[in-house]
Every structure is written in structure tokens, then in C-alpha cells.
Design a protein around this ligand. Sequence first.
Ligand code: UDP
Ligand code: MG
Length: 317
Amino acid sequence: MDKLPVLAIISPCYNEEEVLPSTTQRLVALLDDMVQRGQVAQESRIVYVDDGSRDRTWELIEQYTQGGKVVGVKLAGNSGHQNALMAGMQSVVDWADAQITIDADLQDDIAVIPAMVRDYAQEGCDIVYGVRRERKTDTWFKRTTAQGFYKFMHHLGVKTVYNHADFRLMSRRATRQLLNYRERNLFLRGIVPLIGYKTAMEYYDRAERTAGESKYPLSKMLNFAIDGITSFSIRPVRLVLGLGGVFMLIALVMLVYVLVSYFSGRAVSGWASMILSIWFVGGCVLVGLGIVGEYIGKIYIEVKDRPRYNIEKIIKK
Ligand code: UDP
Ligand code: MG
């Protein structure tokens, strides 16, 4: 590669006024350093996507754009982490040769960014995954639920990179390809491995959030997990079908039992077991309906084909 690659470091920000000052300082220092060492082009930028923050996040971003190193993208409303990432990628794909996405709290170690760029520029990798070596800084709860989730996804046949979140480098052509996935129910971790191309992994230790609090409360995490499963696998619906089959077999056995009891003249005194089965079967039916409904809801959202986000303005000096 004779010309230096133009790099964009994309960071989604939702109410991040507390972390932005230190994040900006660290990212700008890193970028300057990489430019200095001749690893990336002068035109490389940090791109903040304001995901409809209600605090001073956008004012801060506007201020940083004055320095010339930061590009600000303002979404008209809160579209969620995954959509904010897509908006950021969409807005850089025309001028950046490669882009890296990283959460604004810099829990992911920015020290591996030069190694990621090296994998891209020298090894010709189109996708470089940042992978957490261990999860010591996460709470026990977050660690177990997250790892359980990835194992479950694996069982359902969804290919994800273990312990990889949304910290990754993608070349322009990989980004273009990703932007072709038009689905509303975005689960980037599941889509990116589908793209193919040459990939690499860089390992790091995940740090504590430096300031502010997690923008992913349990409810958002659960929604994200359900989306991740139902956007990639129809196995849960098959499971319901299988369960229905098993129940019918059981019912058949019950029928034989009932007939035998009847003709042998034994009194039926099974109220308890009866009422129990009614509740149990009713519950199973509802769960089945719920799972199917989840998919129908997905289809409903997809067919409307609404825009994923609405970019209000972009500030690029
Ligand atoms: N985020 C976003 N929109 C949202 C929620 C979160 O853009 O609706 C951003 C947030 O600003 C951060 C990243 O997504 O840059 C990850 O959020 P956070 O660090 O709170 O998640 P956690 O690390 O706790 O999973
Ligand atoms: Mg975080």
C-alpha cells in the first residue's frame, strides 16, 4: 500500500457528557501518534455519533469539531447503539479506507488499535475483531449472563465471535457490504461474521467504565439478547413445534389410559392431575404463541422498511 490509509474511529454517544472529555483526549492523542508514526493518513478522524442524547453531549461534540480532528454526526432521536453504529459507518464510508467502532466509555483498550490497523494495512485483513481476554471488570452477573447468552446463541447455530462486542475494524469494502444488510433488527455481532473476507483477532483486557453509568440497563440487555436470537435463528419456533408433537404423543398415551380405566370400571378421581395439566398445557401454548408472535413482530417491523435512523446534521471541518 503506497498511500497511507484514512482511518475513522467511530464512537456512539448516548448521554456521555461525563466520559467525552477524557475519551476525546485519549483518542486524539492516539490518532496524532499514529499519524506521526506514518501509520495512518493525516485525514483520519474521530467520529462521534450523538444518539439523541438529552444531556450536553452534542454541545461537547460541536466544541470538539472545532479542533478539526473530530467529526460530529447528530441523529434526530435515540435510535439505539446498533443503529448509531450503522449511521456512523454510513457517514464515513465515502472518505475512510477503514473504520473502527468503539464504545464512548473506552472500556475496550484503545492500545490495540495500532495492531488492528497493522492487520488491515499489512496483512490485508478486511475485518479485525477486538476480543476480550477475560471479563474480570464486569460484574459477576453481567459476565455469567453474557457468556451464557453466547453459548446459547452458539447452540442455536448463530456464528458469533466469543467475547467480542462491537470493538472492531472494518475495511471500506467490508463496511459497504455490511451496509447492504438492510434489516431493521440489527445484531451486528451476528451479521459481521456472515460477510466473510479475511479476518483477524486482537486480544485485550476490558477496563472499567471511566465515568458515567452503563447505558445498558438489564431491560435493554434482555431486549438486545432476544433480538439477537430471533433475528438469526428460527430454531425456537421449531422447538415449539417439537414440543407440540411430544404433547400430542403424551395425550395419546393418556387416551389409552383413560379408556382402559373406563372399561375396567375404576373410578376417576384425578382432579388434581387434571387441573395441573390444564395449567401446564395452557402455559405451553402461551409460550409457543409468544415465540411465534415474536417472529411475526419482527416481520411486521421489517416489512414497514422504515429508515433505521435520521441524521440531523454532520459537522466535518
Ligand atoms: N449507546 C448508544 N445508544 C443507546 C445506548 C448506548 O449510542 O441507546 C452507546 C453508549 O453511549 C456507549 C455504547 O453505546 O458508547 C455502549 O454503552 P455502554 O458502555 O453503556 O454499555 P455497556 O458497556 O455497559 O454494555
Ligand atoms: Mg461500556
